[in-house]
Design a protein around this ligand. Structure first.
Ligand SMILES: [Zn+2]
Length: 305
């Protein structure tokens, strides 16, 4: 391919039955059921659709943390890439982890690290995706960020457009990072007639922008921001929009939810708090929300197993 551009939500129900009731299609995880067989208490299964588990912040205790995630019901995590030098390390981390958690990934060039991306990385990305492991499920994270200093929008658009074309070429969804650029992002996706959908991570747009992305086949990633009472607009959207608009995420180690000190490491464990807040806002029980969100994430990332 040529480029022109350079908690407390535990449910007590019969073991196994609960798990199957939750999600008959997706929950065939015998290990998961066995783990809770002695307690008759199975937490809802959660997919953290955006976590930078490959970052050095997790080097010391990644395995222990994943074991803890699994015990608390976080059974699936997706790791989006940020920069080319870390792609191979990320790929090596994916698949079935010994804790029971399944790790998926996305490959791409994050707009925040604009100045470290080279044009040659785009061709490398295209080549890698031609021969990718099954656990690489999307292109990302990519997008537009007008919040950074010296945003150089034309260069950001070049890199983003190239990644949209690559994703389309491989029939892969996109994991988008968008700050203060929702309209420009949606317009570029429309211009390039992108059909594969994806996730707009750390959703922060307006109602109208939400509608534009939903029409383009995207889901909105809801994470730690929802835990702040001042997030009025986001809380209103989470209450009013249909449930199939959303997926859960943490962006760990970043975006700490309410309750964590500023600068304290966020982890995938906080996706359970986000789920609880969503349940309060929507007045829907966690045991109906969790499987629906799990299904949304599987659908949008085309995960069938
Ligand atoms: Zn991220």
């Amino acid at each position: 391919m040529q480029f022109k551009f350079g908690s407390n939500t535990r449910q007590t129900l019969d073991t196994g039955v609960y798990c199957r009731q939750l999600n008959p299609e997706l929950c065939n995880n015998v290990f998961y059921e066995t783990l809770f067989s002695h307690t008759k208490t199975i937490p809802p299964m959660v997919f953290d659709s955006h976590c930078h588990l490959d970052f050095p912040a997790f080097d010391k205790d990644r395995d222990e943390l994943l074991a803890q995630c699994y015990r608390q019901g976080i059974t699936h995590i997706c790791l989006p890439a940020t920069e080319q030098p870390h792609w191979s390390r990320l790929i090596n981390m994916l698949g079935a982890h010994k804790s029971g958690v399944t790790l998926y990934g996305a490959l791409g060039l994050h707009p925040f690290f604009l100045h470290s991306h080279k044009d040659s990385y785009l061709e490398e990305l295209d080549q890698l995706l031609s021969n990718k492991p099954e656990s690489v499920v999307a292109v990302g994270e990519t997008g537009l960020d007008l919040f950074i200093e010296n945003p150089d929008l034309p260069r950001q658009e070049e890199l983003f457009a190239a990644q949209i074309i690559i994703a389309a070429h491989h029939n892969l969804p996109l994991i988008l990072h968008v700050r203060k650029a929702h309209d420009q992002t949606a317009s570029l996706l429309r211009k390039l007639r992108f059909q594969e959908g994806g996730i707009v991570h750390a959703w922060s747009g307006s109602e109208q922008q939400a509608k534009a992305f939903l029409d383009l086949g995207f889901k909105l990633g809801i994470g730690g921001s929802l835990t702040y009472e001042r997030a009025k607009r986001l809380r209103r959207q989470v209450t009013d929009l249909p449930l199939n608009a959303f997926v859960l995420e943490t962006d760990a180690p970043d975006i700490p939810p309410a309750g964590l000190e500023k600068g304290e490491r966020n982890t995938p464990l906080t996706s359970v708090s986000v789920l609880n807040i969503m349940s309060e806002l929507r007045q829907e029980p966690v045991h109906t929300l969790a499987p629906a969100l799990m299904k949304n994430t599987h659908q949008v990332l085309n995960i069938t197993t």
